[in-house]
Design a protein around this ligand. Structure first.
Ligand SMILES: CC(C)(COP(=O)(O)OP(=O)(O)OC[C@H]1O[C@@H](n2cnc3c(N)ncnc32)[C@H](O)[C@@H]1OP(=O)(O)O)[C@@H](O)C(=O)NCCC(=O)NCCS
Length: 163
């Protein structure tokens, strides 16, 4: 089988809208052992304190049908702190720089909104996510024991000081 490689230059970032929900739910289901419901995702898309960008393929650039939304990220802001609640890339589009592009969008948004630090948690075993965050400059703050369910696992807490 031929491996499909996608060009990061064909990917753009825009704010999610409610009609992206099906595509976002499909990425969510393919990415997590304990996926959020469509209602939880929609609540965040519509929440004014949440920045929820999606990465989309340019029209006609995708070889996959109905694959215009290929990744999403979800970050909430309270006072001068932000929390990345979720980030995921559709399996066929991974390892092409898409999540890094979304993380840059989150950081730019945080700077524009006078955020001083961005926080997130990830499963201790999630090597792709750990590599992604550390490459983007996030620093480990500590562990939250038994933070995740399904399966139960510790979380590593990360912080990025926004300058
Ligand atoms: C983690 C995840 C979002 C990364 O998305 P992605 O679009 O494939 O990431 P990128 O291509 O932008 O990768 C950027 C960097 O992250 C690291 N990285 C990403 N995937 C990796 C992998 N499978 N193995 C090792 N490093 C990886 C690399 O340093 C990479 O840079 P490089 O390609 O120059 O080496 C994706 O694997 C995913 O959706 N996983 C399931 C959902 C999830 O776990 N989300 C995080 C929850 S905390």
């Amino acid at each position: 089988m031929t491996d499909i490689k996608y060009q990061i230059s064909n990917i753009t970032v825009r704010n999610a809208v409610a009609s992206d929900l099906d595509a976002i739910c499909a990425i969510e289901a393919a990415s997590f052992s304990d996926p959020w419901t469509a209602q939880m995702l929609l609540d965040d898309i519509l929440n004014p304190i949440t920045y929820f960008p999606v990465a989309v393929t340019q029209a006609g650039a995708s070889a996959l049908p109905n694959a215009s939304v290929v990744a999403y990220a979800d970050m909430s802001i309270a006072a001068d702190e932000a929390e990345i609640r979720s980030i995921a890339t559709a399996p066929a589009y991974r390892k092409a720089g898409v999540a890094a592009k979304l993380l840059n969008a989150l950081t730019d948004y945080a700077k524009l909104n006078k955020v001083s630090a961005i926080y997130l948690e990830t499963r201790k075993s999630n090597k792709p996510a750990i590599a992604l965050y550390e490459k983007q400059g996030f620093k480990r703050l500590g562990l939250r024991k038994g933070y995740y369910a399904t399966p139960k696992e510790d979380a590593i807490v990360y912080q990025l000081v926004v300058t």
